[in-house]
Design a protein. Structure first.
Length: 122
């Protein structure tokens, strides 16, 4: 598999056993988002979506934001990134630490930014 720089969200009831590169499977039922690591190593990255954990936003165009970064997952390949508007943002450890300090107020600000951008595009 090759390194990817973009990912497409796919809403599912349950996370499939066979994952495809470039797809972010989101299951509200299972309370998690799962994708193959963006570096191409094939590792399944599981992010539990819960209060105090990872959070997931979708804008009016269906593009997603997933935070915090993969730093806390300690992936076997060492990849560190976050997802913003379907784009993989490759990060240094220092950038990831900054990204991971996102508070609830910062999340609300990001939600407002997404809604404002969506309203402006109409």
């Amino acid at each position: 598999m090759d390194k990817i720089n973009e990912i497409e969200p796919v809403a599912v009831l349950h996370i499939p056993k066979c994952l495809k590169s470039g797809k972010l499977y989101v299951s509200d039922y299972d309370g998690q988002a799962v994708h193959l690591c963006a570096c191409g190593c094939g590792f399944a990255v599981r992010t539990p979506l819960r209060e105090g954990g990872w959070w997931f936003l979708t804008d009016a165009e269906g593009k997603i934001v997933l935070r915090p970064s993969t730093l806390g997952l300690e992936l076997p390949c060492g990849s560190i990134y976050c997802i913003t508007h379907n784009r993989i943002e490759w990060l240094t450890r220092e950038e990831a630490l900054q990204c991971n300090t996102t508070t609830d107020s910062a999340r609300r600000a990001k939600e407002e930014e997404i809604h404002t951008a969506s309203d402006a595009s109409r």
